[in-house]
Design a binder for this molecule. Structure first.
Ligand code: C2E
Ligand code: MG
Ligand code: MG
Length: 476
């Protein structure tokens, strides 16, 4: 009996030691799993607060830190500075060298930015090629300027990747707590406004925020908001400036020039709102409206028995690069019933020269239809003469700046003479823009310039006044 008990005991003990062993193993595995889970949780947390590419804090973490730092600064009555940084021309690098190299550059730039600040400061990636820095508890604005200068010199150092040497500059905007804003969102907004000003100043520089910048940005914002509804509210209008043929003295064409009659700001120049419309993408809708309205007016002139003249419309660079341009023009011509010989398109020299093979393809198609092509603001866009020869262009418009002071201004006189000579030799006609004085006119006549357009002959007119002028001219 004693033996049996002993055996039973041993079996039990054996069993329990296996059990123990098992549960020990289970405990170890569980521990390991907990560690792994903890690691995964940490990674997840890091990813939620950091940018995957550069490893820098992301917007969320930046926001949290800025809130904390500002609270501290209020308590301790210290200054804080925000630096908004945007790389200049980074999009071009990405487009030409590819995203892989673009990403590599962003990583290098992040490291360089980190090396320009103290441990207690924060640099975060705002997205794309935008970064933002918090300088914690600074003594005065000079400290922020010193850091900005350090960044400018550090980022510009050449980068050597895949046998390409890249040099990138950046633009920096600086705002200061408490003088430029009391809240996190205001300080960031003001640093960004100052950064945009630095871009405007020619890039590769820094700007300290000041109040007048805010007024400008507000005006821009107001314009941008109103631009969305201005077409529906019928606030745009087209004026037409005649082009006079110097050989036969007839008005053979007009240029459509847009005007915006803003309900509170009054008449706004296209030089102010066309770039805004381009930036916001509204140019497509606006450009279509211009083309449609000009075609309706041109057609109604023909219907009223006026001799047909050509209506030219300005195309912005974005419109010209739109794949559906040809389709859109065709649709408008069909809808309005205007014969294509009565339409002209003015495209700026800089826009024409951007992607010459695309330009040639599009212009050929338009020209085949009978639409006349004008190259606008000629002389300002660094044309390659060998390309100019290949482009299907009918008319060159000499930029107004080259006619200032002619014939007394010797330099402008030689430039404008050379342009007329060049155009004629390439089989193109010439329009001189912005002719204001009889002396300019007689010089242009002597150079056999084909057309003039300018205040000397007529300012841009509304449609009814244009008809009166045309009637007067038909009577001569
Ligand atoms: P642009 O196409 O070179 O138009 C000529 C500009 O010179 C017009 O300015 C015209 O009013 C002005 N001008 C004409 N004769 C004289 C003159 O004798 N002296 C002076 N000082 N100026 C003269 P505007 O109407 O302010 O237009 C400015 C620019 O805005 C245009 O330059 C054109 O690039 C753009 N623009 C105008 N309308 C449109 C449009 O419908 N669509 C697009 N995309 N751009 C437009
Ligand atoms: Mg024009
Ligand atoms: Mg022009």
């Amino acid at each position: 009996l004693a033996k049996k008990y002993e055996q039973d005991y041993l079996v039990k003990q054996n069993l329990s030691s296996t059990y123990l062993l098992r549960s020990m193993r289970f405990a170890i595995e569980r521990n390991w799993m907990m560690e792994q889970l903890e690691k995964a949780r940490k990674i997840e947390q890091h990813l939620a607060y950091h940018d995957v590419l550069t490893g820098l804090p992301n917007r969320q973490l930046f926001q949290d830190r800025l809130d904390q730092i500002l609270k501290q600064a209020i308590r301790r009555e210290k200054m804080v500075s925000i630096l908004s940084i945007d790389l200049d021309g980074f999009k071009r690098i990405n487009d030409t060298l590819g995203h892989r190299i673009g990403d590599h550059i962003l990583k290098i730039m992040s490291q360089r930015l980190k090396s320009c600040i103290r441990k207690s400061d924060t640099v975060a990636r705002q997205g794309g090629d935008e970064f933002i820095i918090i300088l914690n508890e600074i003594g005065n604005e000079k400290h922020a300027i010193t850091v900005a200068k350090k960044i400018l010199t550090s980022l510009v150092e050449p980068i050597n990747i895949d046998h390409h040497i890249c040099r990138l500059t950046c633009s920096i905007g600086i705002s200061l707590y408490p003088s430029d804003g009391q809240t996190a969102s205001n300080l960031v907004k003001h640093a960004e406004i100052a950064m945009h000003r630095a871009k405007k100043q020619g890039r590769n520089t820094y700007q300290l925020y000041n109040l007048s910048m805010d007024a400008e940005a507000l005006e821009r914002l107001e314009l941008e908001n109103n631009l969305h509804t201005a077409i529906e509210r019928r606030e745009f209008k087209l004026l037409y400036q005649p082009k006079l043929n110097l050989t036969n003295g007839r008005i053979e064409g007009v240029e459509a020039l847009i005007r915006w009659n803003h309900p509170t700001l009054g008449r706004i120049s296209p030089n102010k709102f066309i770039p805004l419309a381009e930036e916001t993408g509204l140019i497509e809708q606006l450009g279509e409206w211009v083309l449609h309205s000009a075609c309706i007016h041109a057609k109604s002139l023909i219907q009223e028995g006026f001799p047909g003249i050509r209506f030219s419309v300005n195309l912005s660079n974005k419109q010209f690069r739109n794949k559906h341009l040809h389709e859109m023009i065709e649709q408008i011509l069909n809808k309005t019933g205007l014969p294509p010989e009565h339409l002209g398109l003015e495209i700026t020299e800089s826009s024409v020269m951007k992607d010459v093979s695309y330009t040639i393809k599009v212009l050929r198609k338009l020209k085949e239809k009978g639409i006349k092509i004008f190259i606008d603001d000629f002389g300002t866009g660094y044309s390659s003469l060998s390309y100019l020869k290949k482009l299907p262009i009918d008319v060159l418009k000499i930029d107004r700046s080259f006619l200032e002071g002619v014939p007394e201004d010797k330099e402008n006189k030689s430039i404008s003479s050379a342009i007329i000579f060049l155009a004629h030799n390439l089989g193109m006609q010439v329009v001189a823009e912005g002719v204001e004085t009889p002396r300019q006119l007689s010089f242009l006549r002597s150079m056999r310039c084909n057309y003039i357009q300018g205040f000397l002959f007529s300012k841009p007119l509304d449609f009814e006044d244009l008809k009166l002028l045309l009637k007067e001219y038909r009577n001569i």
